[in-house]
Design a protein around this ligand. Structure first.
Ligand SMILES: Cc1ncc(COP(=O)(O)O)c(C=O)c1O
Length: 328
């Protein structure tokens, strides 16, 4: 189903899931961002995005996203994921009755959350949990879709099929178009009139999206996404060896981020350092923004058509500003 914005896609996906299951509740995650309309804002985690905007939509429950870097606390990723899957199953006893849960919505790579990548084993366990309880699994691919991870969707890296997924942003190269994709029997559960809109399927936006899809294929933009991601990872890892304040380098494909912490401690986010780097870059003509709950991440979402020279020029500026900010 076509629509105009990512937030609208989140709203519609939840409405479709509710109709398909005849249930009320939704589970979402810490660090999540799903948009700024009522349900999407309720699903969004960071308080700054919703300050004084309540009351929020009812029957929305939140679980911690397995953030291995910050919270694994000495456990291996496998042990940590098992602990978080246990928490997921316990949520059926202490958070919300899973038989009343219509959907669980998750970003496989959190966008505004700072490119935290959900662990593979957790997503597989989540799929099993949803199957066990008849819950619709929704992947929000609004930021991660259309070549950003070096693939059409982040889900391609996981080999896990959701019941519904939401897409926007790169889908129309800036034109207002979004979509919910889902299994036919799930999509068909939506009654006529419940998920429409005046501008859905706007012909100009559709033409832009079709041209975008063709272009992605023609210039092999998914492959370019991998290349851009490799450049970013190599450069960021090299910076990490010089600046211990970079606690983590992470991402998927061309969605790469760095996280600033104090004393090498994942639990001591350094938002001040990050804001100095952002400001310094702006003075050099490079516009970047901070991301994450503590505003201590820098993520790169450059155009995938960027030249290697221009990308490296931007990275040079970031590196230089980190150097200056860590000296002061
Ligand atoms: C993962 C994700 N979902 C949903 C949205 C909301 O999209 P829009 O701003 O088009 O409403 C965004 C926007 O940043 C996003 O990153």
């Amino acid at each position: 189903m076509l629509m105009s914005t990512g937030a609208e896609a989140a709203e519609k996906a939840i409405k479709i899931a509710k109709q398909a299951t005849k249930r009320d509740a939704v589970i979402c995650y810490t660090g999540a961002f799903h948009g700024r309309t009522l349900m999407a804002m309720t699903l969004t985690s960071k308080i700054d995005y919703k300050l004084n905007c309540g009351p929020f939509a009812p029957e929305v429950y939140r679980l911690p996203l397995p953030n291995t870097y910050r919270y694994s606390n000495g456990l291996t990723e496998d042990e940590y994921v098992q602990q978080e899957l246990k928490r997921l199953h316990e949520s059926g006893k202490n958070l919300v009755n899973p038989k009343n849960v219509a959907a669980i919505i998750i970003e496989l790579v959190q966008g505004e959350g700072g490119f935290t990548v959900a662990p593979q084993a957790y997503i597989e366990g989540l799929r099993d949990f949803c199957d066990e309880h008849g819950i619709m699994l929704i992947f929000d691919e609004v930021q991660s879709g259309f070549a950003r991870t070096g693939s059409w969707g982040a889900m391609d890296h996981y080999n896990v099929i959701p019941d519904l997924s939401t897409w926007a942003k790169s889908m129309g190269s800036g034109m207002p178009i979004a979509t919910v994709i889902g299994k036919a029997e799930v999509m068909d559960a939506a009654a006529p009139g419940t998920i429409g809109g005046t501008y859905i399927g706007n012909p100009v936006a559709c033409a832009a999206s079709l041209a975008t899809i063709q272009y992605i294929k023609d210039v092999k933009l998914n492959e370019r996404g991998v290349e851009v991601g490799n450049i970013l990872r190599t450069r960021f890892e090299a910076m990490q060896t010089k600046f211990p304040q970079i606690g983590d380098v992470r991402g998927l494909g061309a969605m790469m981020a760095i996280e600033f912490v104090k004393n090498g401690d994942p639990r001591q986010p350094d938002g001040d350092l990050c804001s100095k780097v952002v400001k310094g870059c702006a003075e050099q003509g490079l516009i970047i923004i901070s991301a994450g709950t503590y505003k201590n991440n820098i993520r790169v979402l450059s155009p995938l058509t960027i030249s290697n020279d221009l990308l490296n020029k931007g990275l040079d500026i970031i590196e230089e500003e980190i150097r200056k900010a860590t000296l002061s």
